[in-house]
Ligand binder design. Structure first.
Ligand SMILES: [Zn+2]
Length: 184
């Protein structure tokens, strides 16, 4: 029997004994849940396009239900940032506008890297050690931009890459270490 003939025969048997075939396969699934799950997983892996189609069809057929689920989940997880954003559109847009304005104001001045270096006599503002020619360094913001600091000479200091990365977005303790040189 060729595979095609077998398929036709199976199909005919299925159509003639639909209820029994279904009951049998259900019994088999219940008796072998792990095997069934593995088979399903293998099938999904072999048929990604069909899986996508099925998921899409399911979503389209259950839009209302899924929307209600999504809403219920968001209400149950108000602490989740993305859900919080969904639930508070007005606050989010005000917050985003502020953030954009801060970014705009923070970059009004062109800060020259070498000028920052010279103003600080090549001393790292974080570890206070000299930056040697072989060491990598950044222009560091004494008060981080994320905390309202500006991208200006009076908020800039050279810092070793390593020192800068370990500082993150923390506000420095005590007085800023920079020389208070205003950009002219
Ligand atoms: Zn350093």
């Amino acid at each position: 029997m060729t595979p095609e003939e077998l398929r036709v025969k199976n199909r005919a048997y299925y159509l003639a004994h639909t209820e029994r075939v279904r009951a049998d396969s259900r019994a088999w699934r219940l008796a072998h849940p792990d095997k069934y799950r593995a088979m399903q997983k293998a099938w999904r892996k072999d048929h990604p396009e069909l899986v996508r189609q099925n998921n899409r069809a399911y979503r389209l057929a259950h839009l209302e239900k899924l929307r209600a689920y999504g809403l219920a989940w968001r209400l149950a997880h108000p602490e989740h940032p993305r859900e919080w954003r969904h639930a508070h559109p007005a606050q989010v847009s005000a917050h985003d506008a502020k953030k954009r304005a801060r970014k705009r104001d923070a970059f009004v001045e062109r800060v020259d890297r070498m000028r920052v270096f010279q103003q600080h006599k090549g001393i790292c503002g974080i570890c206070r050690r000299k930056i040697t020619a072989r060491q990598k360094w950044h222009v560091d913001h004494v008060f981080p931009l994320a905390r309202g600091g500006t991208h200006t000479y009076d908020n800039a200091q050279p810092a070793h890459d390593k020192c800068n990365l370990s500082k993150g977005a923390k506000i420095p303790k005590g007085q800023p270490t920079l020389f208070q040189v205003k950009a002219s």
